[in-house]
Design a protein around this ligand. Structure first.
Ligand code: GDP
Ligand code: MN
Length: 393
């Protein structure tokens, strides 16, 4: 689960990190009032996305009037960043922070490293909005320090990070304190990422967190009701939200072939084989093992509600999951909503024949597939045809 910058800043502050005063506002007038309190300030769009600076979502303001103008321009606008996709995100809230005089910007994070099976401190002296480029072109300029999940943070790890960043004396001590806080927060709240980019060395020699991003492990949220309350449904994909209500594993992607599959392994293989035939999946959707027809129906409805879908590929290998249950769910959803894109179906395994009969009786125009590769190829072709037809209209 993601949270907003203002919420991440508040958590970091509670853990003792150097985060300056700020104000969350929803009206231009309030931004002006905050600026009157803080003096020179920065007005920042609160959306679940990075890359706001480059997209005009982070605006310095020298006076209350400038803060009001920045707020006016941002509130209610859709901000398109490198991370939001072309539709962008509606800006409903702004954060006003006192402007910090920056001497140098660093990158600092604690992230779960699956390969090492432990949290890792990631630090770079080249922080700020160009960190992605540094990661691509000079990965050696980004240091990684593994942390023991059972023993927690050690002072010498912090001193090593300080050395790598070129921080000495008082600032090195400040960094050690900040890292200690970040690791404690990471472990206590079951985070998957605690990121500060940039961490600023200020003109008067202090460290200051200018931006904060925290994500949490969804599987541990039940242990942290106070964190679960920070969820902002406005920032979530409505399709993913609906899928979660039904206990479906669903992730939106930006391709055009909607996939309904049982089992995560088969779902990944399906995405791979679609790519192999030159297509692009619109989603990852695993209905799981013991899904009911009702759950399958909800899954199919989610696929139909995706405007970017040009073909649907139902790829089922029935084991515990029975093909007739899948067919019933698909037929029920199709009867209710209608299917306007080609539907390729591969049913194999338990009750496959029964499933095919149900689909045949439903009157749905199904493109049957002999096997998984055949189905993927047909789905890719069908999507391309839909695309051409849409283009020629
Ligand atoms: P992001 O682009 O979404 O990561 O948003 P950030 O919060 O990181 O802001 C973008 C950039 O604005 C930062 O990398 C900083 O360079 C700059 N910035 C943000 N706040 C301040 C500030 O108080 N003072 C100065 N000088 N720069 C700031
Ligand atoms: Mn940032």
């Amino acid at each position: 689960m993601k949270i907003h910058e203002y919420q991440a800043r508040q958590l970091l502050r509670e853990y003792g990190a150097p985060v300056s005063e700020d104000a969350v506002v929803t009206a231009a007038q309030e931004a002006g009032e905050a600026a009157a309190r803080f003096g020179p300030c920065v007005v920042k769009a609160q959306i679940h996305s990075g890359g706001r600076g480059k997209a005009g979502g982070v605006r310095p303001a020298k006076s209350p009037r400038e803060a009001r103008e920045a707020a006016q321009a941002l509130l209610g606008a859709r901000l398109v960043t490198a991370q939001t996709g072309p539709a962008g995100r509606l800006v409903r809230r702004l954060l006003v922070t006192g402007a910090v005089k920056v001497e140098k910007e660093y990158y600092l994070s604690v992230v779960m490293d699956g390969a090492r099976a432990c949290p890792v401190i990631v630090a770079s002296a080249e922080g700020g909005t160009e960190i992605e480029e540094t990661a691509r072109e000079h990965p050696e300029r980004i240091a990684q320090i593994p942390v023991s999940p059972t023993e927690g943070f050690k002072r010498y790890e912090g001193l090593r990070a300080a050395h790598l960043l070129g921080l000495t004396g008082g600032s090195a001590e400040e960094l050690v304190g900040l890292l200690e806080a970040m690791v404690r927060l990471f472990l206590e709240k079951d985070c998957s990422l605690v990121e500060i980019n940039p961490l600023a060395l200020t003109a008067d020699g202090r460290l200051e967190c200018l931006d904060a991003k925290i994500t949490f492990d969804d599987n541990a949220l039940f242990r942290h009701p106070e964190i679960a309350r920070l969820r902002d449904p406005d920032e979530e994909d409505p399709k993913e939200r609906r899928a979660a209500e039904y206990g479906l594993s669903y992730i939106s992607l930006d391709g055009d072939i909607g996939c309904l599959v049982n089992g995560a392994g088969l779902a990944m293989a399906t995405m791979d084989i679609i790519r192999h035939f030159g297509g692009s999946p619109a989603n990852f959707l695993d209905v799981g093992g013991g899904a009911t027809a009702e759950k399958v129906k909800a899954a199919f409805e989610i696929l139909l509600s995706d405007g970017g879908v040009r073909a649907i590929f139902v790829n089922i290998f029935g084991g515990i999951m029975q093909c007739d249950v899948i067919a019933e769910g698909v037929a029920a959803a199709a009867a209710e909503l209608g299917v306007s894109v080609p539907l390729v179906v591969r049913l194999e395994g338990t009750n496959a024949e029964k499933g095919k009969e149900i689909l045949a009786r439903s009157g749905l125009a199904v493109i049957p597939a002999a096997d998984m590769a055949d189905g993927a190829r047909r789905a890719v072709e069908a999507a391309a045809q839909t695309e051409r037809r849409a283009g020629s209209r």
